[in-house]
Design a protein around this ligand. Structure first.
Ligand SMILES: [Zn+2]
Length: 542
């Protein structure tokens, strides 16, 4: 059994980094279990009604966080000298019975049945879409120089609708594959396509049946708006989209040189199908309705002490929003409190801010604390900040993200997503080591978690990032950390039971906070800013 007194360990850590500067007040700095509990119980209380983006409950959460920043004496870093960066969002709904998909084979006109044979989402850009164009099959629709992939090679898709199979080749590493997968629209748009049709596959059907997608497609899509009111729709030339059921998809291949059955067989065999003209055209129509809401990020800065380095920032992020109320009326409790997701991360960030403020040792670089909205809607608040930062993005040297630390057991190790991509990996290992905590490898690489939280929009803009989660081992005899974590995920994640009456281990929260504090402290005080490792795929994103 490994047992470290965290206060002792922090004192050692500080005495190492403090060197000549001997201020005795440093030694006692540690997160406080009661403070973590107080923050969490407020943020995850029923009164905040699940903190949905744009809701009153989330506004109250944001005000609470701003009040805490203010009481710590942190400087406002939002808009116009306030702590708030208010963001406008557009919610888009598909108008009932407006979606149609007509195929023209040259001989016949065939209508696909909505939503049995195809589904489509609303447009965030226009209220009416009507696109008619030839179809071109483009395999997976991927392009990557690093992996020697160009599914568009030899194909002219200018003014055409591209048809692609969903997913990606199995041989791609999970994080890189997930990134490329999320760039498919970009690849199509850059080549002048006017629409995208995704094909459901038999393999996908086994994991997530088409009917499940049909069930979820009624949810509105949410996009953030630029300050000038323009929606953040990067590729306006893509004015049509559809997701086609795998059997119905055969109709698109009646004139094709290769039949769909063979394409699916190639996928099954682990091959990437080649593209070709489908020899048919399609007309896709839909109508969309738009609504506007607004919701704030909350930002504060602790200025650095070094004349030069204070213009650089270590950015802590934690999302304050959650998924609001459940529509499942079969349950008594309708409030998704989001205690672990992510009242816990915000609580850790607030305690981290207090520790920096009260450590008696001002960091050389400035520290920014950013509580983020609309994470649950697709990392939107983080994406907005990455596009409209309140300090120059090039001066943000690293992002330490806090999202859903599962503080339900006495964890003995941490997993640090992003640690293999930059010099932050060494920083995390040192910080955790000082507290007697191991750094473990990602136990679920297939989940590509590195691309699934608020640090990712910053990564895409070139900011090295790291995101810790509690590992799967425990310091307590007989406790299986992986089992507790898995049980949380299976039974409470995104459900009303993710609430403060879970058996929360606030002492584990103290350790988790102390590690994240130590990470930021090292980044803030080291001479060089963190760097991407040259061999990392994410070092070369444009
Ligand atoms: Zn969540």
């Amino acid at each position: 059994m490994r047992f470290f007194s965290y206060i002792g360990a922090i004192a050692v850590a500080l005495s190492l980094s403090a060197c000549a500067d001997e201020s005795p007040s440093n030694e006692a700095v540690s997160a406080d279990a009661l403070a973590l509990q107080a923050h969490l119980e407020f943020l995850a209380s029923d009164d905040l009604e699940g903190r949905d983006t744009g809701s009153r409950g989330h506004e109250i959460a944001a005000k609470y966080i701003a009040a805490k920043f203010k009481s710590l004496g942190l400087e406002p870093a939002g808009d116009d000298g306030t702590y708030f960066q208010r963001i406008k969002f557009r919610r888009s709904f598909l108008e009932e019975n407006s979606a149609s998909f007509t195929l023209n084979t040259g001989e016949d006109e065939i209508s696909l049945d909505y939503p049995k044979e195809f589904i489509t989402g609303p447009s965030a850009y226009s209220e009416e879409d009507d696109v008619e164009a030839p179809l071109v099959f483009v395999g997976y629709g991927l392009v990557s120089e690093a992996f020697g992939i160009n599914d568009y090679e030899g194909l002219d898709v200018e003014g055409k609708i591209v048809v692609m199979v969903s997913g990606r080749p199995e041989e791609l590493p999970s994080e890189e594959g997930a990134h490329l997968n999320s760039s498919k629209t970009k690849f199509a748009a850059e080549r002048g396509a006017v629409g995208i049709i995704n094909l459901h596959t038999p393999a996908r059907e086994k994991v997530r049946p088409f009917e499940v997608s049909v069930m979820y497609q009624r949810a509105p899509s949410v996009r953030w708006l630029h300050p000038n009111g323009e929606p953040n729709v990067a590729f306006k030339n893509i004015a049509a989209s559809a997701y086609v059921q795998h059997e119905a998809a055969e109709k698109l291949f009646v004139n094709a040189p290769v039949q769909l059955e063979e394409i699916f067989a190639q996928l099954e065999a682990g091959e990437s199908p080649k593209g070709f003209d489908l020899g048919v055209s399609a007309r896709l129509q839909r109508a969309s309705r738009h609504e506007e809401i607004s919701s704030p990020n909350v930002a504060a800065v602790l200025p650095g002490s070094d004349d030069k380095l204070k213009n650089e920032y270590v950015l802590y992020t934690a999302h304050s929003d959650h998924i609001g109320m459940t529509k499942d009326l079969s349950q008594d409790d309708h409030i998704n409190n989001g205690a672990m997701d992510n009242a816990s991360g915000v609580s850790v960030m607030l305690e981290t801010a207090r520790m920096f403020k009260e450590s008696g040792q001002q960091p050389k670089r400035s520290i920014m604390f950013l509580s983020i909205t609309a994470e649950e809607r697709g990392l939107l608040g983080a994406d907005y900040f990455a596009h409209h930062p309140t300090v120059p993005l090039s001066q943000i040297v690293a992002n330490v993200n806090l999202d859903m630390p599962v503080l339900l057991y006495d964890f003995a190790d941490v997993i640090a997503f992003g640690s293999t991509h930059s010099t932050l990996g060494d920083t995390v290992a040192r910080a955790a080591g000082q507290l007697g905590i191991d750094l473990s490898e990602d136990p679920m690489p297939e989940q590509a978690i590195f691309t699934r939280s608020d640090h990712y929009p910053f990564v895409k803009k070139g900011v090295p990032a790291v995101f810790l989660m509690t590992g799967f081992t425990s310091k307590t005899e007989g406790e299986d950390g992986g089992e507790v974590w898995g049980e949380f995920f299976a039974e409470h994640y995104h459900r009303p039971s993710d609430q403060p009456d879970l058996p929360i281990n606030y002492e584990a929260g103290v350790t988790f906070t102390n590690i994240n504090f130590a990470i930021g402290q090292e980044i803030a005080n080291q001479v060089e800013r963190p760097r991407w490792l040259p061999e990392s795929f994410f070092s070369q994103l444009d």
